[in-house]
Ligand binder design. Sequence first.
Ligand code: GLN
Length: 303
Amino acid sequence: MQFQPILEDIVETVRPLLGAQGQVARYIPALARVPAAQFGIALRTCDGQEAQAGDSATPFSIQSISKLFALTLGMQALGDMLWERIGREPSGNPFNSLVQLEAEQGTPRNPFINAGAIAVTDRLVSQGDAKAAMLALLSSLCNEPVHFDEEVAASEAATGFRNIALGNFMKSFGKIDNDVSAVLDAYFHHCAVRMSCLQLARATGYLCRDGRHPFSGEPLLTERQTRRINALMLTCGTDDAAGEFAFRIGLPCKSGVGGGIVAVVPDRLSLCVWSPALDATGNSLLGMRALELFTARTGLSVF
Ligand code: GLN
């Protein structure tokens, strides 16, 4: 299939809608300044074909897309032990919600809500330098150096009261081993990684290759672990819009409040769309529209 004309068509279709609807994430001051009228899309197939259109080379804050890579590091380090403290059910609640944690004794519903990613990060901090591990994984996966945006990390640390509450609340149940501030420092830095659509389309390539590195082919995860990540992306990757994503798009996806969404077509390709204006669930409005156009045009779906 020739993907380049399809991506160019998608850019032309969404261009008139740029900046018309939704709002950039305001609760993180450094993200509130990002111009809304930007859109990029990129993909890489399992045989290495690449296509990209729009602002596909512009780096943006990956935010919760980092939860995917934190989970990958956690599965690599701990295997099934990781699941002793983290569930696998969709939350049906906003990504930063505290409500279910009390009834569930400090065990987060899944690794893709904030509480779950903070719990995964705690396990990574126990293993060593969680910030360095994230940059090393991402730089290897996209085959070029990846960095933190220190301004975004500092902005989140200064205003991340809910995340601080989540960390302390889980600690009160004995579910966080390390110093909460050290765990949150790593978590905020993970969210503050800057990458472009093309870099993320490359980096998520292991998820459409049964866990094999997108460039070297080395196994990063087992086939079974990779299927599980894709299952979690489908059921929990877009928070309380996961049902709508499965219904309208039908691919495992992971979104972030920087406006990026990555999606996987197992055994075929990985792709990333980005547009900063979000809907009420914290998902990119035009990103979701673009993914819907992409699956409609290509007929690709996991169903
Ligand atoms: N850094 C953001 C937060 O912790 C990530 C949320 C997201 O992208 N959904 O609130």
